[in-house]
Write a protein that binds this ligand. Structure first.
Ligand code: ADP
Length: 484
């Protein structure tokens, strides 16, 4: 069992109180590195979720809104609490997710960055008067909080994803009801301990609900007191939320799946492209929605690029994320492991060539540690081309023309992240503009940052997180023409 001063309550939180009432059901949290149960967390029932929504309603202030200064102070307090507890949060995160400890601590820094950004830019949400006087009136635009918001997050960034949502929600003055993934609730509980002990947030402003996902989703979708949901997770669940909120015309922010193309032209700096691919692809063990999923390499440089990759991949260390020097931890669960294995087996059966990594048939007793693998000769009929692998597989697809690779890159229902490596600025600009993706790295595999809007086109989602666009997601502009 995990011990931590940030985990003295293994339960939900609402109205400023921990909800560790006895008699409720528990669910288990595992360490994916060794399969051990590290905690048992209290699961809430529908009444308790409704109570959390009511707590949120009691904290919503419309006629006398929280001042910009008060909201800025909350954000700064959270930033400072995260920074002061980064090592402990990182340890908890590593224990339940499996990513290497330095990466887990880096995620805490990344999370703090969102609170910092919103604190610095909250002035953008100040009311303002229009310079012109259409219809003979003086006009003011106010940014009102949307209301009590439901925030649902996945397991792959246990603190990063909630930071994106919560920072913008608090900046807007929205109380929230937060549901973490059942695989990684401990980092969220630790965050709530910090919110409870180190901030001046009013009771009911933040509420934590855990338990059966479909039940919680249903309560949030059906409640007329929750006018908006912000969700990060699978496209399948995102679609469900769209359907279940359609009759109420609820506002939705969705960050869903990706199937990122990583395109290497023959004029690219191949060493730099290989280094960037390594940093991008193996972040979180390949379990992020911005990880390159289809690597398109110009056929003139395929042999050289494969060689560079094979060298780098064989130098990676896989192991328990708590151990020093580990690059890649375990996958989150058996289903995640089996998917990677299925993708590798399918690619090899359909004519792909194994360039690095083991025969998937030999992996019966390795726990959840999938060794990084490179397969060349990947074609669009293979599962790893069509589906997001969410694991440490690098599938190489060769191409010979710009038009061909743009069409192939766009040949997916998703549109989250893409990457283009080329030394020719005109080509890079043409290709970037033609790619239907919300984030396109040019000569970099870097992912989102607090300062920049991030989100998907097509089935990858609706709305943006980060940057000023993200700050405005949780407000309703209210326009007041004054007639005297
Ligand atoms: P992943 O494949 O990353 O686990 P999911 O979409 O299944 O993606 O999960 C993302 C988040 O959505 C998690 O917090 C999960 O518990 C939650 N979730 C799953 N099903 C539902 C649902 N029907 N309604 C609301 N949330 C759900």
């Amino acid at each position: 069992m995990i011990e931590s001063p940030l985990l003295t309550h293994l339960a939900g939180y609402s109205g400023g109180q921990w909800q560790d009432s006895s008699g409720t059901r528990n669910f288990e949290v595992f360490n994916p590195a060794n399969g051990e149960v590290i905690a048992r967390v209290a699961a809430m029932n529908a009444d308790e979720v409704e109570q959390a929504i009511r707590s949120g309603c009691s904290a919503l202030r419309l006629s006398q809104p929280y001042s910009i200064e008060a909201r800025q102070r909350w954000l700064e307090e959270i930033r400072d609490a995260l920074t002061a507890h980064r090592e402990e949060l990182g340890r908890i995160l590593c224990s339940e997710h499996g990513k290497p400890l330095p990466e887990a601590c880096g995620e805490v820094d990344y999370a703090a960055g969102f609170f910092d950004y919103c604190a610095r830019h909250i002035g953008a949400l100040e009311s303002h008067a229009l310079a012109e006087r259409p219809r003979g009136c003086s006009w003011t635009v106010h940014y009102r909080p949307v209301g009590v918001v439901g925030l649902i997050t996945p397991w792959n960034f246990p603190i990063g994803m909630i930071a994106k949502k919560l920072s913008a929600a608090l900046a807007a003055g929205c109380p929230s009801v937060i549901k973490p993934a059942s695989e990684t609730p401990l980092t969220m509980i630790a965050l709530f301990t910090l919110l409870d002990e180190h901030t001046s947030l009013p009771p009911g402003m933040v509420n934590l609900v855990m338990g059966k996902a479909s039940m919680i989703g249903q309560v949030l979708c059906e409640s007329p007191e929750v006018p908006m949901l912000s969700f990060t997770g699978s496209t399948e669940v995102g679609r469900r939320l769209l359907v279940d909120t359609a009759l109420q015309v609820k506002k939705l922010a969705l960050e869903l799946g990706g199937n990122a193309p990583f395109i290497v032209f023959d004029d690219a700096d191949l060493e730099a492209a290989a280094d960037n691919l390594m940093a991008n692809k193996f972040r979180g063990g390949g379990q992020t929605c911005v990880c390159a999923n289809r690597i398109f390499v110009h056929d003139r440089v395929m042999a050289r690029f494969s060689e560079l990759l094979a060298q780098r991949v064989s130098a990676l260390t896989v192991g328990d994320g708590m151990n020093e020097g580990v690059d890649i931890g375990p996958l989150i669960n058996k289903a995640g492991f089996d998917k990677v294995r299925r993708h590798v087996s399918d690619a090899l059966a359909l004519g792909g060539t194994l360039i690095a990594g083991p025969d998937p048939g030999s992996l019966d007793n390795v726990g959840l540690f999938y060794p990084p693998t490179v397969v060349s000769g990947v074609t669009r009929d293979m599962a790893c081309f069509r589906e997001e692998t969410f694991g440490p597989l690098v599938p190489l697809v060769s191409f010979s023309s710009e038009d061909e690779v743009v069409a192939a890159g766009n040949d997916t229902e998703f549109g989250l992240a893409a990457y283009v490596f080329s030394a020719d600025p005109e080509r890079a600009q043409r290709v970037t503009a033609a790619l239907r993706f919300g984030h396109v790295g040019w000569n970099t595999g870097t992912g989102p940052a607090p300062e920049a809007p991030f989100g998907g086109m097509k089935a990858s989602g609706i709305g943006r997180e980060g940057g000023l666009e993200g700050l405005f997601e949780f407000v309703e502009p209210q326009t007041v023409p004054r007639g005297d």
